[in-house]
Design a protein. Sequence first.
Length: 370
Amino acid sequence: MRTVPIRIPQKIPVMNLPTQRSLRRPAAHARIARGLVAVVALIAAQVWVPQAQAQAVNLYTTREPALMRPLIEAFTAKSGIKVNTVFFKDGLLERVKSEGAASPADVLMTADIGNVVDLATNGLLQPIRSAEIESAVPPTLRSPEGTWFALSLRDRVVYANPATAPASLTYEDLAKPEWKGKVCIRSGQHPYNVALVASMIQHNGIAATEAWLRGVKRNLARRPGGGDRDVARDILGGLCEIGIANAYYAGQMKSAGQGTQARQWGDAIKVIRPTFEKTGGTFVNVTAAGIAAHAPNKARAIALLEFLVSDAGQRLYTGIDFEYPVRAGVPLSPVMEAFGPLVPDDTPLETIAAQRVVASRLIDRVGFDQ
């Protein structure tokens, strides 16, 4: 607890002083006691301010709470700043817009490039300058205006049956006839896949991407659905031979306890890093964050972002969440090392995000999820 200068309220409840006769009445005693308690409470409320309230930062995030918890706990242990976290499965942008200038949010964090760009476009993020953040995050992984910054990389890879896995693949290969009836994937309209299709448009154009989508659809072993982990499950079950998913899910499954279902799924797959034919890079999405436009605790919010891109924060992303660091020189976990080197595609993420609407329309046009 800490004290602040006493400010006596202008109006304090007035008690009618009792007469000597009334003091003998029990009811009068109770009224006096209640009045004294009210006065003391009113003054105390203006004298004492909890230290925890004064040292807090408010985080709105779409990232799974279990993935954020180790990072938040490490930041609080280092800084003494408590992080109040509000998780959103959907509707983060709408919530912040509705709160307006009264929003308590300090940091807005998303698990997809498109979502953080939407926040910036709607004026819900403010530009900041931080030498520590800018030195850690490459220019292609942050907003030129300083409104958002990538915190970790999530590459979109192929899970494959080790017995039949090819040595290498391009994303374009997934539409070839040799994979007919052998591919599994979650919904095409999931943000992870919309972003991949948007990247294909940026590389190959709309017509070629539509043809590619039709080819991948012909190769599906089942209707798109479930999650990325279900791709590994269905490879183990013999339903498909390859599937499109994020690498960090493979890291989680391969690191699960022996004998668990997750470990069985992880042991059943090999991770292959596809590349684009034209650039030779692998598509990466990001988790990203920025400072809310009306952040009441801006300095603490910046401190949180600086920690997340620090060496200590980035080691947690790789060692616990199995995501790739944005900061150079951070060692990878042995599980991630086994996936082989990652060469991210160097297309600026904002240009990919700009193609999301077209990508979503193409996915619907070819009836990908039907």
